[in-house]
Design a protein around this ligand. Structure first.
Ligand SMILES: Cc1ncc(COP(=O)(O)O)c(C=O)c1O
Length: 421
């Protein structure tokens, strides 16, 4: 006799299959690169990975991971405050803080977990969190968690990138200021690069507005690292909101506790190590020393969940070092992005405009997006179609993602395949 759950799950899965929205996991039989070997399809051009700088299979990044594994074993077998912090964690957190221009940083097994540690730990009753409607799901869920476990934390949502007028950031700030209950800290949170649109937040204008209302500005720049700014430090670098990179700290010196004031105009960041910065896994919060200390002392993901494995910490640290020392890699990505956007546009497709490596081609219908992606795969090009619930109903799209690993010939082949659709 099937359980209630079995019957319900079968009904959902059948309706997904019947409507052409069922997602099949592609099996990749080799490393991530400009081309990948897919089970059943063979060698294909890859235009759907977040491997923006082509570092996922860089020999130095791979070697660093192997060395991390040899030197420290598989992992900590413990949460960090008990006996789970290795030197590579400290080194990586120093590197991240330097990259972001913050006093300190702390790593987690994913950016999702980092976000989950942020609002529920740092917010208190009376605080208000104001969020862009297109923020990543991890921010949305982190806010939901904060408002659920701490009664009296308020939330408000403003229209994507709309800073003035109806349903704008200013309207939400005004409402928070006028509220008798929302008497605590105001937090404004946005993606730096919006993951489904590829558009960017207007951080300088948001900073000015936050200052007017005494609000803190939180940015998830998971798609900005490796892509935005001359060195790929992120959207704040793109807007000139962070000082030049200082010299790397001497080995052994705990830069996270250094007295040097951070020259950065964003209050808190979350970010991922699972995209441009090595592509393995892992996420971080980068912020003031006191915010990080509070997360270490009180964050449930820090107190009750294991650390990033050393192999990943070492790979990610090397990936960031390569990014910072090879600005030509970031420039190559930018050149590829400009070339791809121009060529896709010339081929008659409507690509949402922006300087980022995410080039969404809107096709509206989820089943159509999935069918187009299937046809592209038959043509040897791996691009994913996104539909509901990843994007709102009616906004399905093909999300083309560009990498520094691509050549112009790869991009030409993508465009030829798109023309055949
Ligand atoms: C904007 C943004 N933030 C956070 C995440 C989560 O990253 P992670 O895979 O490290 O949890 C993603 C991943 O898709 C993302 O696009």
């Amino acid at each position: 006799m099937p359980s209630l759950f079995d019957a319900r799950a079968d009904s959902i899965l059948t309706s997904l299959r019947d409507s052409g929205q069922f997602k099949f996991l592609q099996m990749i039989e080799g490393p991530m690169d400009a081309t990948v070997r897919l089970r059943g399809s063979g060698e294909c051009l890859c235009f759907c990975s977040n491997n923006y700088l082509g570092l996922a299979n860089h020999p130095e990044v791979v070697e660093a991971g192997i060395k991390g594994l040899r030197d420290y074993g598989a992992g900590t077998a413990s949460v960090r405050f008990i006996c789970g912090t290795f030197t590579p964690h400290e080194v990586l957190e120093r590197t991240i803080a330097r990259m972001m221009g913050t006093e300190a940083s702390y790593t987690f097994v994913s950016a999702w977990t980092a976000a989950e540690a942020l609002f529920p730990t740092l917010c208190e009753p009376g605080d208000t969190i104001i969020s862009d409607e297109l923020n990543h799901a991890c921010l949305i869920d982190s806010i939901r968690l904060a408002t659920t476990i701490k009664k009296g934390v308020h939330k408000a949502v403003y229209r994507n990138n709309v800073l003035e007028g109806e349903k704008s950031l200013r309207a939400a700030l005004e409402a928070a200021r006028a509220s008798k209950e929302a008497t605590g800290q105001i937090w404004v949170v946005t993606d730096g690069v919006f993951s489904m649109e590829g558009s960017i937040a207007d951080l300088p204008a948001m900073r000015r507005m936050c200052d007017e209302y005494g609000a803190l500005l939180v940015v998830d720049d998971s798609h900005g690292h490796g892509v935005m700014g001359k060195l790929g430090r992120g959207t704040h670098e793109h807007f000139g909101m962070v000082d030049d990179l200082g010299a790397p700290p001497l080995r052994g010196e705990n830069a996270a506790r250094s007295a040097a004031p951070p020259g950065n105009r964003i209050d808190l960041f979350t970010g991922t190590l699972g995209k441009a910065l090595g592509g393995g896994a892992g996420g971080f919060v980068a912020a003031s020393r006191r915010a990080i200390d509070l997360i270490i002392q009180r964050g449930r993901p820090t107190l009750f969940s294991n650390a990033l494995p050393c192999t990943v910490a070492c790979s990610a640290n090397t990936a960031i070092e390569i990014m910072l020392r090879e600005p030509e890699r970031v420039q190559r990505l930018k050149d590829n992005v400009a070339y791809a956007r121009r060529r896709i546009g010339e081929a008659g497709f409507d690509v949402l405009k922006s300087p980022t490596a995410i080039c969404p081609i809107i096709v509206h219908d989820t089943a159509k997006a999935i069918a187009m992606s299937k046809r592209l795969l038959e043509l040897g090009v791996f691009v994913i179609g996104f539909g509901y619930p990843v994007v709102p109903e009616g906004h399905a799209r093909l999300r083309v993602q560009i990498s520094a690993a691509h050549t112009q010939q790869h991009i030409d082949r993508l465009v030829d395949a798109l023309k055949k659709l």
